[in-house]
Design a protein around this ligand. Structure first.
Ligand code: S3P
Length: 429
């Protein structure tokens, strides 16, 4: 039986990218930073645990978190391996931080993280002087020995990745001189915005269509009070759910709408979704609004690959919207999806097909023929491959299915959205 409409008002947890960075930059400031709205998901808690092992004090204080930083250059030698769990962001950003300290660190992770490519950060950080001993294929577990002083570099990103950009900039914080990252394709810019907020000397320039980001090291970071906006990547599941479940009228409060992150909402609107921004405002230096999403008949479109970096984590749930739209949705240029928490192209092609959707998998995208609003058959069990976004996307697909969708494990959801099922129950009551 398809689910009833989603109604009322919900508030999704804090942004994952901003939460990781709040803890990291707070740990490098001299003095006490206070964070409100921190995402308390497993990925962010892995970052907190690693930073504690390297000397920062991080504690919950009522609804807030407080971080007492050690200062740039002040991280201590950890006395145990840094367990990154499922979190690529923790791993790659912390590798950047460690790279310019005289620290030897071991990074470990779960089965999903241990398959993901680390060569993309090992390459630039090696040029700065750090040495690495990764597992075969450039993966975790790995050992690294930071370099102090490290050598500033100019690095043009070979792949559109905010994690790689951030790893180099964070290594640059404790590197004397100017470290430069050139970004041919813009990716989420939280590192740049927030480092400036913490007082780093960081400039961003446009040059022939590329972004040139320079950080002057060694930096002096001042503590900050941060309010973390709601995560647009989490809000996306509910925006799709309310769009595809007939009768829905749902307000998702406090959603971060940084233009490097809001691609999913723009694409849904192109498909005919009814999404209204209410009370647009700024929270913690980021644009934020409440989103009112009402059910609408979606139609298939060809998605411009240029928009991909601003919705890179939202494709799994977009594929669900496409499976229920009228007509064909064509996506391309999505090779990066194959190296996320799972291979998201093959995982979603397999999952949606099992649930009765009509999906064709190409090297760099999926082509999906939608049902025009008719419920999917449903079925399962869906293999989530330790990937939170596959689990949540298929839970949304289950709302518009005849027999429901069975998922092999909902445990991975706790990495980014611990109260997902509770909120879904609340909205669908
Ligand atoms: C993130 C960057 C993206 C994204 C990830 C979070 C970040 O990864 O997929 O969930 O916080 O910088 P890539 O840099 O690998 O694209």
């Amino acid at each position: 039986m398809p689910a009833g409409p989603l109604t009322g008002r919900i508030r999704v947890p804090g942004d994952k990218s901003i939460s990781h960075r709040s803890l990291m930059f707070g740990a490098l400031a001299v003095g006490r930073s206070r964070i409100s709205g921190l995402l308390e998901g497993e990925d962010v808690l892995a970052t907190a645990a690693a930073l504690r092992t390297m000397g920062a004090r991080i504690e919950r204080d009522g609804d807030d978190w407080v971080v007492d930083g050690v200062g740039v250059g002040g991280l201590l030698q950890p006395d145990q391996a840094l367990d990154m769990g499922n979190s690529g962001t923790s791993t790659r950003l912390l590798m950047g931080l460690v790279a310019s300290h005289s620290i030897t660190a071991a990074f470990t992770g779960d089965a999903s993280l241990s398959k993901r490519p680390m060569g993309r950060v090992i390459d630039p950080l090696s040029t700065m002087g750090t040495s690495f001993t990764p597992s075969p294929g450039g993966t975790l577990p790995l050992m690294m020995e930071g370099m102090q002083p490290a050598v500033p570099i100019e690095y043009r990103l070979p792949v559109a990745s905010a994690q790689v950009k951030s790893a180099v900039l964070l290594a640059g914080l404790n590197t004397p001189g100017i470290t430069t990252v050139i970004e041919p394709v813009p990716t989420r810019d939280h590192t740049e915005r927030m480092l400036r907020g913490f007082g780093a000397e960081l400039t961003v320039e446009e040059n022939q269509g590329e972004r040139v980001i320079r950080i002057h090291g060694p930096a002096d970071l001042k503590p900050c009070d941060i309010t973390v906006p709601g995560d647009p990547s989490s809000a996306a599941f509910f925006a799709v759910a309310a769009s595809v479940v007939p009768g829905s009228d749902l307000v998702i409060e406090n959603v971060g709408l940084n233009p490097t992150r809001d691609g999913i909402f723009r694409v849904l609107e192109l498909m005919g979704a009814d999404i209204e921004d209410v009370d647009a405002r700024e929270v913690g230096g980021e644009p934020v609004a409440d989103l009112r999403v009402r059910h609408a008949a979606l139609k298939g479109i060809e998605v411009d690959p240029g928009i991909a970096p601003s919705m890179i984590d939202e494709f799994p749930v977009l594929f669900v919207a496409a499976a229920l739209a009228e007509g064909t949705t064509i996506t391309s240029g999505l090779e990066e999806l194959r190296v996320k928490e799972s291979d998201r192209l093959s995982a979603m092609a397999e999952a949606l097909s099992l649930a009765g959707a009509n999906v064709e998998e190409n090297d760099d995208g999926l082509v999906i023929e939608g049902t025009g609003g008719k419920p999917l058959a449903g079925g399962g069990p869906i293999a989530t491959h330790l990937d939170h976004r596959i689990a949540m996307s298929m839970a949304i697909a289950g709302l518009v299915s005849r027999d429901g969708v069975e998922i092999d494990s909902i445990e991975p959801i706790a990495t980014s959205f611990p109260n997902f099922t509770a909120l879904l129950d609340e909205a669908a009551e």
